[in-house]
Design a protein around this ligand. Structure first.
Ligand code: TXA
Ligand code: MG
Length: 349
């Protein structure tokens, strides 16, 4: 299949009537799948009402079919078609964080959405992305759009159109290139079907921000304890993994450098994931600064691009610094821990 690439300037007014967007929307209406930018990562979209379209998403990514998709909308009125009720706390969250990187789980109204999109669950995950290209595309086709991240399953999510192209060229009908995404980690997923909402995946909106709006929320215990079964099916898979073995290192820069030196003495090519502040402290085959530690948002923005850059290099093992689990640091550490398959090396004190 030929994969079209449409470059679109996200600053253009009325994107829903822009020729490239209309072309991409026509593919969606014809039940083909199209990658597009959101403020978090690129998504791979398809008509959520049509099982042929949704099946193409799963096939292109190689995604397990028990892992449901997020339904993307551009107007809250679209919710009525496939959600039974909007609880008061969910309504407050929508008002504060939509459009934005927050996915809300509702009880599903039967009949409208493809069963494949929700993996047969009685609930449905919905978000309104805060990106003019995503919103323009959804408006132009007038459909709810099912969209997982537009990467091959297991790989780091794409934050540039180039990443999508590398993973999915020839497997999808097109890519709308709207430039780099921004937030860099996926949306926070919050289940609002219980009295106390529960965060199932940490992401672009922090727990602190959510609690400031609706009060106490819980966090799925599986996020802390790798033995427990996660409530969000996607969280059980190894994810975001670079090709080379990847280790988190809890300790000083000197300790991390010692680990690098040991591997290099064995003749291995070694990578280090650090930040701009400390990049000069390490000697390795590839030292990558992932944003600035003093501003964790910049680490989130660069995270997946950095993991992909290790894949494009010759390194055979990667050691990474850890980050404080506050604010967006929770999402960063969640993704890094998954990339590392939970392997952490601690400096003995
Ligand atoms: O930022 C994002 O959320 C990006 C962009 C493209 O919007 N999308 C994204 O989708 O990250 P995906 O498919 O990679 O992750 C969706 C997550 C998975 O962990 C999935 O299991 C969970 O949401 N999920 C979807 N529906 C669910 C449901 N009904 N109950 C629990 N978890 C659900
Ligand atoms: Mg994903």
């Amino acid at each position: 299949m030929k994969t079209n690439v449409w470059a679109v300037d996200k600053l253009v007014d009325k994107l829903e009537s822009y020729p490239q967007i209309i072309q991409a929307a026509d593919y969606l209406k014809n039940n083909e799948v199209i990658a597009f930018p959101t403020e978090t990562v690129y998504g791979l979209g398809g008509n959520a009402e049509n099982s042929d379209a949704v099946a193409k998403i799963f096939a292109a990514k190689g995604r397990p079919s028990d892992n449901p998709l997020i339904i993307h909308i551009a107007e809250t009125s679209q919710l009525n078609d496939f959600v039974t009720e909007v609880p008061a706390k969910a309504a407050s969250l929508m008002e504060h964080f939509w459009p934005g990187p927050l996915t809300i789980i509702f009880k599903k109204k039967e009949g409208k959405l493809s069963e494949l999109a929700t993996a047969g669950l009685s609930t449905v995950a919905v978000r309104m992305p805060n990106h003019p290209v995503a919103l323009g595309l959804i408006k132009a086709c007038g459909l709810p759009i099912a969209a997982p991240s537009a990467n091959t399953s297991g790989k780091p999510s794409p934050t540039l159109a180039r990443h999508v192209f590398e993973d999915l060229n020839g497997r999808i009908a097109g890519i709308v290139d709207g430039g780099p995404t921004g937030v860099g980690v996926e949306s926070t997923v919050i289940d609002c079907t219980d009295e106390i909402p529960a965060i199932l995946r940490p992401g672009g909106v922090t727990k602190e921000q959510i609690e400031a709006v609706i009060g106490e929320v819980s966090v799925d215990p599986a996020l802390k304890n790798s033995e427990a079964a996660p409530k969000s099916p996607g969280m059980k898979y190894r994810h975001y993994a670079p090709d080379a073995p990847f280790y988190l290192v809890e300790g000083s820069h000197a300790f991390l450098q010692k680990l690098v030196d040991e591997k290099r003495r064995e003749g291995r090519k070694v990578g280090v994931l650090t930040t701009a502040e400390a990049a000069g402290d390490y000697q390795a085959d590839l030292v990558l600064a992932c944003g600035r530690r003093g501003e964790l948002e910049t680490v989130a923005t660069s995270l997946y691009e950095t993991l992909r850059a290790f894949n494009d290099s010759e390194v055979e093992v990667i050691f990474s610094e850890t980050f404080p689990e506050v604010g967006v640091g929770v999402a960063i550490m969640n993704r890094l821990s998954k990339a590392a398959g939970n392997q952490v090396i601690y400096e003995k004190s």
